[in-house]
Write a protein that binds this ligand. Structure first.
Ligand SMILES: [Zn+2]
Length: 476
């Protein structure tokens, strides 16, 4: 490949990415539906400009999917690339140093909503593809692209598409580039993702809001009732109080625990710079890695009800709602956890309250077997460009579509070029420009190596006890 491509073309690349990031494709907010479509159309135009012959915008009951197929390269393996063009809402806006949809470079970092999650990474793959095109704009392998616009809002379009047309996932490997390095200089490949169960708990105690002077002392308060239910769902030391929840959890393997124990990790630095709190909470008898990768969570995301304006208004709220979620780990199943949550909340509901649990979205956790040859190819690409193979880690986050992407049996490679401090879903989200540029080289190299070796003869098996890794390794 043209290894100088990314650095030589840097100005153009940053200008193109800036244009893509300027589109506020916030999938959760209906007011931005037209922007989501603009982002899909931006991708369509961009793919067509790269000489990709088949590019389709596929409609459904929500934001569309962009599907594209590169030129057919007979005898070469097929790689399916997944990404998402939608982004999280940017609130709170006043915490952004520069506006979320006015991409700005400071100190070698590009700040914008979606810079790392996931538009910047989608863009990185498009440029890696561009970097390996020959003079006739043909890549060295068959590449299919599927980009969705509802990853952040739990939409259904891509699920319905893949249920209707599962043959779209037929490939020699699926590449999902929506993740981060473990640490600067330490690329990661993900062996598990947590699942998700997202719900709204709603409480109604009265027909209408009441005066707290006239009725305070007798009228049941919806916010208080909700707060008591929420407080019962998790102990202060982090144990989730839903019967049966921990029974299904598969503990990490010894190999995983060994690898994790050798990762560079500075607990104080993690607390101060990433968590930005005063202490790490949760189950203190488990390591931080176990808590964020291998155990379920229960979090409260927002509470609505009563009076939240300026000044004082003495109201007894008639209704209140909390948005909550559980992250799920291998062994657990979304359906079962959702039912258990509903049962537990029903048990906790006092007789004076109507309480409901409305399930908004969810997905099962994912485990990935990283022994397929495609992972050795990925290792080699990282090794050549970054000087280190990808370290097998887990992710605390969820990408609910992953099981569907792997439904045809292709190995799903979960990796990415982000860094842990990118601020995903937070104000001042960023992508390091150097990560983008090296990412283009890494994935360009991956495409070339996969074209040569992908799906072919399995590579030498090595079990390196010194590093604790048990991986297939290719020639280095
Ligand atoms: Zn993402």
């Amino acid at each position: 490949m043209d290894t100088a491509f990314a650095s030589r073309e840097q100005d153009r690349l940053l200008a193109e990415l800036t244009e893509f990031l300027s589109i506020p494709s916030i999938s959760a907010l209906p007011a931005h539906a037209a922007d989501c479509r603009r982002a899909a159309e931006w991708l369509k135009r961009h793919l067509a400009a790269l000489g990709v012959p088949k590019v389709h915008i596929i409609e459904g009951p929500g934001h569309p999917v962009v599907w594209a197929e590169g030129p057919e390269i007979p005898g070469k393996p097929t790689l399916l690339i997944y990404g998402h063009y939608d982004v999280q809402p940017p609130d709170p806006l006043d915490e952004w140093t520069t506006p979320p949809f006015s991409p700005t470079i400071r100190d070698g970092k590009l700040y914008a909503r979606g810079a790392s999650d996931d538009k910047g990474q989608v863009y990185c793959l498009l440029k890696a593809y561009e970097a390996v095109l020959d003079a006739k704009r043909r890549p060295p392998l068959n590449v299919h692209f599927i980009f969705e616009g509802e990853e952040e809002c739990g939409g259904k379009v891509i699920y319905e598409l893949l249920r209707r047309e599962p043959e779209r996932t037929q490939a020699d490997a699926v590449l999902v580039c929506d993740m981060s390095y473990y640490a600067p200089g330490w690329p990661g490949v993900y062996t598990a993702l947590r699942g998700l169960c997202y719900a709204e708990i709603s409480v109604r105690t009265l027909q209408r809001d009441l005066h707290s002077g006239t009725y305070g002392g007798v009228a049941p308060n919806a916010l208080e009732t909700l707060a008591r239910i929420l407080a019962e769902l998790k102990t202060p030391d982090g144990r989730i109080q839903i019967p049966g929840l921990y029974e299904a959890v598969q503990p990490p393997t010894k190999t995983e625990l060994d690898v994790w124990s050798k990762l560079p990790f500075d607990r104080e630095d993690f607390l101060r710079r990433e968590v930005t709190g005063k202490a790490l909470t949760g189950l203190q008898d488990r390591t931080v890695f176990e808590r964020v990768w291998a155990l379920p969570t229960f979090e409260i995301h927002g509470i609505k009800g009563g009076f939240i304006g300026e000044g004082a208004k003495t109201v007894i709220p008639a209704q209140a709602t909390a948005k909550v979620s559980l992250r799920l780990v291998p062994g657990q199943q979304y359906e079962k956890v959702a039912r258990a949550l509903q049962r537990r909340v029903a048990e906790l509901a006092p007789k004076w309250a109507e309480v409901s649990v409305n399930l908004l979205h969810g997905g099962d956790p994912v485990q990935v077997d990283v022994s397929a040859p495609a992972f050795a190819v990925l290792d080699q690409a990282f090794k050549e460009v970054v000087g280190r193979k990808a370290v097998p880690v887990r992710a605390g986050g969820s990408i609910p579509i992953v099981p569907e992407l792997g439904a045809s049996g292709a190995p799903v490679i979960l990796t990415g070029i982000g860094l842990p401090d990118d601020g995903l879903h937070s104000p001042n989200e960023k992508l390091d420009v150097s990560q983008l540029l090296s990412g283009i080289q890494i994935f360009g190299r991956f495409f070339e190596l996969f074209a040569e070796k992908g799906g072919g003869v399995p590579m030498a098996y090595s079990s390196s006890s010194s590093s604790g890794e048990t991986r297939l390794t290719g020639p280095e």
